[in-house]
Design a protein around this ligand. Sequence first.
Ligand SMILES: NC(=O)c1ccc[n+]([C@@H]2O[C@H](COP(=O)([O-])OP(=O)(O)OC[C@H]3O[C@@H](n4cnc5c(N)ncnc54)[C@H](O)[C@@H]3O)[C@@H](O)[C@H]2O)c1
Ligand SMILES: O=C(O)C[C@H](O)C(=O)O
Length: 329
Amino acid sequence: MSATPVKVAVTGAAGQIGYSLLFRIAAGDLLGKDTPVQLHLLEIEPALKTLEGVVMELDDCAFPLLSGIVTGADATKVFDGVNLALLVGARPRGPGMERGDLLEANGAIFTAQGKALNEVAADDVRIGVTGNPANTNALIAMTNAPDIPDERFSALTRLDHNRALSQLSAKTGSPVTDITKMTIWGNHSATQYPDVFHAEVGGRNAAEVVGDQAWIEDDFIPTVAKRGAAIIDARGSSSAASAASATVDAARDWLTGSPEGDWVSMAVKSDGSYDVPEGLISSFPVTTKDGSWEIVQGLEIDDFSRGKIDASVKELADERDTVSGLGLI
Ligand SMILES: NC(=O)c1ccc[n+]([C@@H]2O[C@H](COP(=O)([O-])OP(=O)(O)OC[C@H]3O[C@@H](n4cnc5c(N)ncnc54)[C@H](O)[C@@H]3O)[C@@H](O)[C@H]2O)c1
Ligand SMILES: O=C(O)C[C@H](O)C(=O)O
């Protein structure tokens, strides 16, 4: 076991996602079974008592890898020296709300947290944003942390990626492990574009294996894109265990590497690839290695895919303009 624990910050630690995420991290699902971890848990003052209860439960698990827990409501204290920050805490979407409604409420949170990370995080910090609207929250945090390299920020579209794998698996009868090269493009919202045209099932082109354009357009894409709303409708609150699981998957692959011959979906700062305007935090197919990512290049984008990507990217540009108008970036 390596001697120095990795310091992992989780915000919104007393929330629904936190309740699943913290236990996965402490069990070694993110950093592996040889790496001790110190949890740095940020909450707002009124939730600190609940957080105390969660910490009691973490203690009661006697996790061998959990070397310490820091809690508090002051981001500059809680983020001190953290190597990984998972920004989950935000006001979640309720029934009937769109992500745009959350921009203003959550923008202030990510401005303050970006500034705090800039001031006190470790030099090697990586920041993953799960709290919605995730892409634009990541843009806000990144803009407010000028000393942290921009490529250290990403927003979560791994849940959408996993949802797409699962839907395609059910349609084709192939296990998820046979499905590779899935891509989520654009925003973590209903405009996102889950792309099966570059995906493979057992090494064969997924769209050809499915052979059913109507299913792709009328079933697969809307089911994946609107899954968050369907879960809110069914459960009365937004996805939590699956969101935590995707947060673990995304951070683990970022730090340890995407599988050979495959890629993952991550929302990262665009360098203009695939005509996504530079600077937007948009989801792309990426390969990862040792805490770095690279956008997969050279995929052919047909007119159908182009239209879908452009629509989601337009929404991201509108969100950016809104938060810019609010003075958040
Ligand atoms: N990207 C994704 O795939 C994805 C999936 C599911 C949920 N989400 C989003 O994740 C976020 C959290 O969801 P949840 O179900 O855990 O919500 P929740 O309401 O159960 O928990 C959120 C927690 O954040 C805390 N919080 C609020 N402001 C904070 C601040 N400034 N600093 C620290 N903590 C703060 C709250 O006190 C609360 O405990 C929401 O924005 C939700 O929409 C994203
Ligand atoms: O859709 C939501 O608001 C919740 C979350 O982002 C999800 O995708 O489940």
